[in-house]
Ligand binder design. Structure first.
Ligand SMILES: [Zn+2]
Length: 336
């Protein structure tokens, strides 16, 4: 099944799909994958749009308000919906999420610029062909990527985010983007399809990280570039960003939930920060020596700090120490 030059396959068995009354069907898995106003649902969880919308209040609200709201209006609808569940969270976390959508596109551009700088530092080139943005949310980086590539695909588990992305594409007459509801462990696209794969703050939220890296490698074309960033497990400089508690990564994984609960009364579920050692163990079997864990350039920090930081990166021993304990890292890998 080819759409926008992308060949869709069953994300679970990787078999070919058949068309079935406006949806796709995998004859082997007997699963149906349907499209919601041009967003392809490949979660395999729902057999109809109605079933999906019944299960997700936020998606239903945005879907029903789609025609009567512009992009800004949909973001406002989402914000109002989010405020309700946020009330039970600690104040500092509420502040973190409030207004998150403001300046979203500008932040997305900055993050994509950082990714491009990391790719240049690694000595790789990209910027043509087909791109994939994993965990694209409502498209903050996806649409900047689409501006530089022939085609861009965004995959994201929250369909509500994709409804907002769809609106942005429509309002800005962007026609080279495909939106897929799904996850990194099960990418519904034929092997070797992408020249560039990007993932912003995603890998720590992926339940099966090894499987996701394997899938990413599978869908990359030979010579394709992967760039992603995440927070470091052994960060000594900043609190864990999702719960604002320090040194979570130093607690054994089995006890991290209890530690966070004790410190901040929050649940610590669905987050698994990786150290640079754990990352290397994930990447080496697939990418061999053609990857690098780096720390990102700080475009929003003062220039003085940037200079010190730039010098430190060039001193191998210091660079290593920073990589182990620095808050964030960036990974660039090339498929050979
Ligand atoms: Zn299948």
């Amino acid at each position: 099944m080819t759409i926008n030059k992308l060949e869709f396959i069953c994300p679970f068995c990787k078999g070919d799909l058949e068309e079935d009354a406006g949806a796709f069907r995998c004859p082997k898995c007997e699963k149906r994958y349907f499209s919601l106003s041009g967003i392809y649902d490949f979660t395999g969880k729902f057999s109809s749009i109605q079933e999906l919308l019944r299960s997700d209040g936020k998606a239903r609200l945005l879907y029903e308000g789609y025609d009567s709201h512009d992009h800004k209006g949909l973001l406002k609808l989402e914000e109002e919906y989010n405020q309700k569940w946020r009330e039970s969270l600690p104040q500092e976390i509420q502040e973190l999420y409030a207004g998150f959508s403001k300046g979203m596109m500008e932040r997305g551009r900055q993050r994509y610029d950082q990714a491009k700088a990391a790719i240049r530092d690694f000595g790789a080139t990209t910027g043509h062909g087909s791109a994939l943005d994993i965990g694209c949310s409502s498209g903050a980086t996806l649409f900047h990527i689409a501006g530089e590539f022939g085609h861009a695909t965004g995959i994201e588990p929250a369909i509500s985010k994709l409804i907002i992305a769809k609106k942005y594409a429509q309002e800005n007459a962007i026609d080279n983007v495909t939106l897929i509801c799904g996850v990194g462990e099960y990418i519904p696209i034929k092997s070797g399809s992408f020249d560039f794969v990007h993932a912003l703050n995603v890998i720590e939220h992926v339940p099966d990280q090894q499987k996701a890296i394997g899938e990413i490698h599978r869908v990359m074309a030979g010579g394709g570039v992967l760039c992603f960033d995440s927070r470091n497990r052994y960060d000594i400089f900043k609190p864990e960003p999702h719960v604002k508690v320090r040194f979570v990564g130093f607690v054994p994984r089995g006890l991290q939930g209890r530690y966070v609960k004790y410190m901040n009364k929050m649940e610590y579920e669905g987050i698994r920060l990786l150290s640079c050692f754990e990352l290397s163990r994930l990447l080496r079997p697939l990418f061999g020596g053609s990857f690098k864990v780096m720390f990102p350039r700080l475009t929003d920090a003062g220039t003085g700090f940037n200079t010190i930081y730039g010098i430190l990166q060039k001193v191998p021993a210091l660079s290593f120490v920073f990589k182990v304990f620095f808050p964030t890292y960036q990974v660039v890998a090339v498929k050979r």
